[in-house]
Design a protein around this ligand. Structure first.
Ligand code: F6R
Length: 239
């Protein structure tokens, strides 16, 4: 596990953004696993800027997002579909047919999850971008008694609801989501995790120094052979 510590989120965005731009230029049809939330926003800004400046093209890139809320219309500003278009896709030349999300409005969520897992398996993620929850969740894999394998429907914990409800000013925040499983996340060839702020310090300390346990899902990354962790000083303060 390689750990990089920066002064602020902007610097992390430039470093991780460059990592992605270089990887895309090296393999134009790369398959990316993407995250939402505050952590990757500066990275997406960097990639969008490079794309606008003609330094990289996403026209053959394929993406698979980690998670999506259940029963939230795709068009809602808080759906992860909207988030990704607003923060990244709309500012690049990526093709709509190449971006993939779990459908949180699927009538049969079991079937939807199996379909997503089959697509993921076939595509093979080259680089998976992750944030981490205060409670150590990755994707929406909340603390549990066992690690999940494939995608599934999850009931969000109070900690996750508290962290995200600020975005829901019009409608109440959904309490369920579909998420990629820990097993699928671990299949990515490379994993890049970003954590910013004091409230992530416990999860990062558990990731680096703790036991591997589903009670802190991010700890599983200790078993991956190619993980890079990008932290600001606050998130790294307990290391
Ligand atoms: C989002 C996701 C979550 C977030 C995590 C951190 O797709 O999978 O695991 O990465 O909740 O969120 P932020 O970055 O908002 O602190």
């Amino acid at each position: 596990m390689k750990i990089f510590i920066f002064d602020n989120a902007h610097q992390i965005g430039n470093a991780v953004g460059k990592l992605f731009v270089d990887a895309i230029n090296e393999k134009p049809d790369i398959v990316l696993g993407l995250a939402t939330g505050a952590s990757p926003v500066p990275t997406y800004k960097y990639i969008a800027k490079q794309c606008a400046g003609g330094k990289v093209s996403l026209k053959d890139v394929k993406t698979y997002n980690l998670d999506e809320y259940v029963n939230l219309p795709k068009s809602d500003k808080n759906s992860y579909y909207s988030f990704m278009h607003h923060e990244l896709f709309d500012h690049t030349d990526i093709k709509e047919k190449n971006v993939h999300f779990l459908n949180g409005n699927a009538r049969d969520t079991e079937k939807e999850c199996r379909k997503y897992d089959e697509m993921l398996e076939k595509a093979g993620v080259d680089i998976q971008l992750l944030g981490v929850g205060r409670n150590g969740h990755i994707g929406f894999n909340e603390p549990s008694i066992c690690f999940s394998k494939g995608s599934f429907k999850v009931k969000l914990t109070q900690s996750t609801i508290n962290a995200n409800k600020k975005y829901f000013d019009e409608n109440p925040m959904p309490t369920e989501a579909l998420t990629m499983g820990v097993g699928s996340i671990m299949k990515a060839k490379k994993i890049v995790l970003i954590a910013v702020g004091n409230e992530k310090a416990d999860a990062i300390a558990a990731l680096v120094h703790g036991d591997v346990t589903p009670v802190c899902p991010v700890s599983i990354l200790q078993f991956h052979h190619d993980v890079e962790i990008y932290l600001d000083k606050a998130a790294a303060s307990l290391l």
